[in-house]
Design a protein around this ligand. Structure first.
Ligand SMILES: Nc1nc2c(c(=O)[nH]1)N[C@H]1C(S)=C(S)[C@@H](COP(=O)(O)O)O[C@H]1N2
Ligand SMILES: [Mo]
Length: 203
């Protein structure tokens, strides 16, 4: 009985080891193909990035570091002729809201995080955007597939949709979208725009 118990346990451990190795091989192959390198792989591991959250595209890869760190950065919220500009400090001076929301990436990971920032709805109200307004979000990225996204009113006015300034109790890491990013419930990770530059009301 005890012998067969040991065998079973050993068999199980080998099984788990094999599964983990297969998973790593599959994940590495899927994400990087021939470009696979340990350096690139490390930050993408589940929970492996800064602030306990993976990173898909780093600030360096997106070439945003100089503009994102520039003290003259402003978030512009535009509705036709009505425009407001906010420094990060000014955004921090507005009412802050907490939201527990996941980032769910199509590459096969999803991680919960505690976000804090300004409700997108509040910023839209400040430019007198209608409650059914959709918005276009633009990143500081000079180019890239996720530089610009649009967001329908059901997300733009959700009370949990934030222009996030902090994650997990700390100012956003540069790789997570400093100085400000979008986080909204029920949206794929690709639409959670990092390094926000402009929010435009679509009329
Ligand atoms: N501007 C910009 N935002 C972006 C991306 C990007 O490449 N550029 N990648 C998206 C993808 S694919 C995901 S899954 C999430 C990941 O956010 P994180 O790196 O903070 O975990 O950011 C999204 N926001
Ligand atoms: Mo993603």
């Amino acid at each position: 009985m005890s012998d067969s118990g040991k065998t079973t346990r050993r068999g199980l451990l080998i099984g788990i080891g094999a599964t983990a190795a297969t998973l790593i091989a599959l994940t590495a192959g899927q994400s990087f193909g021939v470009l696979s390198s340990l350096n690139l792989f490390a930050p993408r591991r589940h929970g492996g990035g800064p602030q306990g959250l993976p990173v898909t595209r780093t600030a360096e890869q997106a070439k945003v570091a100089p503009t994102a760190l520039d003290p003259s950065w402003r978030l512009r919220v535009i509705d036709g002729p009505s425009a407001h500009e906010y420094s990060r400090e000014q955004l921090l001076g507005l009412e802050q809201t907490d939201a527990e929301l996941p980032i769910a990436c199509v590459e096969g990971w999803s991680t919960d995080a505690s976000w804090c920032g300004v409700r997108l709805h509040d910023l839209l109200t400040a430019v007198r955007a209608p409650a059914d307004a959709a918005v276009r979000l633009t990143s500081l990225e000079p180019k890239g597939h996720y530089r610009t996204t649009t967001m329908g009113p059901e997300f733009a006015h959700d009370p949990r949709t934030l222009v996030a300034l902090e994650v997990n109790g700390e100012p956003l890491d540069l790789d997570h979208g400093y100085p400000a990013r979008i986080i909204a419930p029920g949206r794929p990770g690709v639409l959670q725009t990092k390094w926000l530059s402009t929010i435009e009301v679509i009329r």
